[in-house]
Design a binder for this molecule. Structure first.
Ligand code: SF4
Ligand code: SF4
Ligand code: FES
Length: 255
C-alpha cells in the first residue's frame, strides 16, 4: 500500500532556516530515512542528512521527528499519524551545519575529557579476571552507538548553552560510571579519583535524574538507573566516608 504524505522538513544553516512543506510517497514498511532519501531523489537533491548504516547501529541519523529525538532509520512511518504532516528537524542541542546535519563536536570534546581505562600494573593482558556480574554491567553501557540522542535530550544542556562547559551529559557520565565500577581499573592508584572528577569536572550534580535520556536511548540502556544513580551514590559515599574525609584533611595539611 502506498500513499502520499505531507512533511515539513527544516531547511537552512547556521544563519537561520525554516520548515519547508513537501508531499512524498510512502510505501508499506518504510522508515523516515526512506522518505528523506526519496525527497532527495525526487525534489530536493541538496537536502543534507547524515546517515551510514540504515540499521540503527552507526548512530549517524539522529534528528527529531514530530519534536521527538529519534534515529531516522529506526522510525517507522506506520508509527506516525498518517493524516497529519510529519515534521523533521535537526537535533536542537547542537549547532546546525545544514538542514538535518548538526555539529556534534561537543560530544567528541567531552569524550576526550574522560581518562581511559588504566590497566592494573600487576597483571598482564590475558591474566585479567572479572566476575560475570561486572562484565554484564559494562556490556550494557558498551551497547552505546554514540547517536547522542541522550545528549540532545538532556534538559541541562538542551536549552542552556551556558551549562555545556561544566556538564558532560549522560553519555559521558555513563562512561565515567562504567570505568569507576570496573573492578580492574587502576586509575585510583595513579591518583585519579573518578568519583571526584564526575562531580567536579563532569557536572554529575547537575543531573537531577529525570530519566529523559533513558527514554530516548535506541539501545534501551538504562542510563539513569544503572549508571547515573549508582555513580551519584558512590560519589556521596566517598564524600561521607570518614576515612576518605580524614585522608583528604591529612593531605590538605601536608600540602
Ligand atoms: S537523568 Fe540526568 S542526564 Fe539524564 S536527562 Fe535527566 S538530568 Fe539529563
Ligand atoms: S547512551 Fe543511548 S542515547 Fe546515548 S549516545 Fe549511547 S546509544 Fe545514543
Ligand atoms: S543510519 Fe546508522 S543508525 Fe541510522
Amino acid at each position: 500500500m502506498s500513499y502520499q504524505a505531507n512533511f515539513r522538513v527544516w531547511r537552512g544553516d547556521s544563519s537561520g532556516g525554516s520548515l519547508e512543506p513537501y508531499q512524498v510517497e510512502v510505501n508499506e514498511g518504510e522508515v523516515v530515512l526512506d522518505i528523506v532519501h526519496r525527497l532527495q531523489a525526487t525534489q530536493a537533491p541538496d537536502l543534507a542528512v547524515r546517515w551510514n548504516c540504515k540499521a540503527g547501529k552507526c548512530g549517524s541519523c539522529s534528528a527529531e521527528v514530530n519534536g521527538r529525538p529519534r534515529l531516522l532509520c529506526m522510525t517507522r512511518m506506520s508509527t506516525l499519524p498518517a493524516d497529519e504532516p510529519v515534521t523533521i528537524t535537526p537535533m536542537r542541542t547542537f549547532p546546525v551545519l545544514r538542514d538535518l546535519v548538526t555539529d556534534v563536536s561537543f560530544n567528541y570534546t567531552k569524550a576526550r575529557e574522560v581518562p581511559s581505562f588504566v590497566p592494573p600494573p600487576d597483571l598482564k593482558p590475558g591474566q585479567y579476571r572479572m566476575q560475570q556480574e561486572d562484565v554484564n554491567r559494562s556490556q550494557e553501557f558498551r551497547k552505546c552507538i554514540e547517536c547522542f540522542l541522550c545528549q540532545n535530550t538532556c534538559h541541562v544542556v538542551r536549552d542552556h548553552e551556558e551549562n555545556k562547559p561544566a556538564f558532560s551529559g549522560p553519555r559521558f557520565l555513563m562512561r565515567v560510571a562504567e570505568l569507576d565500577m570496573h573492578p580492574l581499573d587502576a586509575a585510583a592508584e595513579g591518583g585519579l579519583d573518578r568519583k571526584r572528577s564526575a562531580q567536579e569536572e563532569h557536572g554529575l550534580g547537575m543531573c537531577n535524574i529525570t530519566k529523559c535520556c533513558t527514554e530516548v536511548c535506541p539501545e534501551h540502556i538504562k542510563i539513569t538507573d544503572n549508571a547515573l544513580i549508582p555513580l551519584k551514590e558512590r560519589a556521596v559515599d566517598r564524600k561521607y566516608d570518614p576515612l576518605v574525609w580524614l585522608g583528604s584533611k591529612i593531605l590538605r595539611r601536608a600540602n
